[in-house]
Design a protein around this ligand. Structure first.
Ligand SMILES: Cc1cc2nc3c(=O)[nH]c(=O)nc-3n(C[C@H](O)[C@H](O)[C@H](O)COP(=O)(O)O)c2cc1C
Length: 183
């Protein structure tokens, strides 16, 4: 997985993956996503933990993938803390909106990956609700992976090979899409 702060050459479009940074199923999905994205040499791929991600890293991105486990029907606390910390840093005052704010991320591509025990929809919806405020553009269906063979809501089940493969395919398709300017 690539994780660099170096500035990319200006011709390369930038794909950033934001994740909780804890070792577990979500990280496995993120690794697979990055493996797929890395097959496209025409992008700059950055993988960043939500706890250290800056607004500049978001604003420099052409596409952002937000990955989280589901915790109590919601995104992980570290992801929520990232949105709390960075939401208004990615907005600017707008006189056009009569003193309101407008998003500096409007129109950027995004996708959501969730690793869950038996559901995952609450985590996906909670992130989508916030990202909608940034007026970003969802470019793929939410990829929700549920562990199989474990107890409901627990981390005991396994992540199916097919789901790992789906993450890799998503990484490849988003990377190719942004490199060609199709997303
Ligand atoms: C505190 C906690 C709360 C959880 N809540 C849910 C939940 O609401 N819905 C669900 O489907 N799974 C739930 N799970 C299961 C996790 O989403 C699942 O184990 C997932 O793989 C965790 O991601 P990780 O392996 O990256 O830590 C919960 C797990 C923990 C530890």
């Amino acid at each position: 997985m690539m994780n660099t702060l170096a500035s990319p050459p200006t011709t390369l479009r930038r794909l950033t993956v934001i994740h909780p940074g804890t070792f577990g199923g979500t990280q496995r999905l993120v690794s697979s996503f990055c493996e797929g994205a890395a097959t496209c040499s025409e992008i700059h791929l950055v993988s960043r933990s939500a706890s250290v991600c800056t607004e500049h890293e978001l604003l420099d991105s052409d596409a952002i993938v937000f990955a989280t486990p589901e915790h109590f029907g919601y995104m992980a606390g570290s992801m929520k803390a990232m949105f709390d910390r960075l939401f208004y840093r990615c907005m600017q005052d707008s006189t056009a909106l009569d003193g309101g704010t407008e998003s500096l991320l409007a129109g950027r591509a995004y996708a959501v990956i969730v690793c869950a025990g038996n559901d995952g929809t609450g985590a996906a919806e909670s992130m989508t609700r916030i990202i909608t405020g940034w007026r970003m553009r969802k470019v793929a269906d939410d990829l929700i992976v549920r562990r199989v063979g474990g107890q409901a809501g627990s981390a005991r089940g396994k992540i199916a090979d097919g789901d790992i493969a789906r993450c890799k395919e998503l990484g490849q398709s988003i990377a190719e899409g942004i490199s060609m300017g199709a997303l």
